[in-house]
Design a protein around this ligand. Sequence first.
Ligand code: UDP
Length: 254
Amino acid sequence: MSKESQVEVLGVRFDNLTMREAVDAALALIAEHRCTYAATPNPEIVMLSRKDASLSSALKEASLVIADGVGIVYGAKILGTPLKARLPGIDFAGCLMQELAKTNGRVFLFGAKPGIAELAAQTLTATHPGLSVCGTHNGYFSDDAEIIAEINAAKPDLLLVCLGAPKQELWMQANAGKLNAGLMIGLGGSLDVFAGTVRRAPESWCKLGLEWLYRLIKEPRRIGRMRKLPVFLIAVIRCRLLERRRLRGNSDAR
Ligand code: UDP
């Protein structure tokens, strides 16, 4: 993506795209078949990347960075550089698979606990007729080489890497050069949702930007992780105030 169509939030560059534009960009990357990768950072991942140089590097090398989560959209707005849309990673992948299904595109599902990717495959092939799930592998493994061989034999157009952050981003960066695939997307817990073992928030909650609250109610153990959301917003406000002070300082100096 060109620099003009990017928005930076606390050191992470997001591509400023509508859903249609993001899907078209992903289809173009698939057509190139260079095994590039897309990341879908939320505020938690952005905060993690500020402390974890390897995650920050993996995000910088991504060919597509999608603004997953309402917090990123608020953050960009506070910084004075609003994004066109919020693009939940799972919806982005859903729209992309819908397009791939039209040409019998091939998807490999990698991640989650044993049995989950297979369940997700059943749902996805039922909801996207024409889509070919060409392989699955759970996300609890010790040997990268075995998985890489399986993926390369399957030659997917799209590889969903659902290992949670930062594992999935680091895995994609480390292995991109060894894989025969079109595009990879790091998608966190999406296979659990496709499989139906984890429920997504109802649409009305999503529209209000309250998906995080629904997840918290359903999985209270996430409270520790969710504390990063207010910390993220405070860091964004601080960044904005520092920028304003810097600009005021510049104009006073003139
Ligand atoms: N996971 C995995 N391998 C690991 C650790 C996690 O496959 O070594 C999977 C886990 O089973 C879950 C997903 O990665 O399906 C992470 O889900 P989480 O809800 O934490 O991600 P989020 O959607 O919040 O990014």
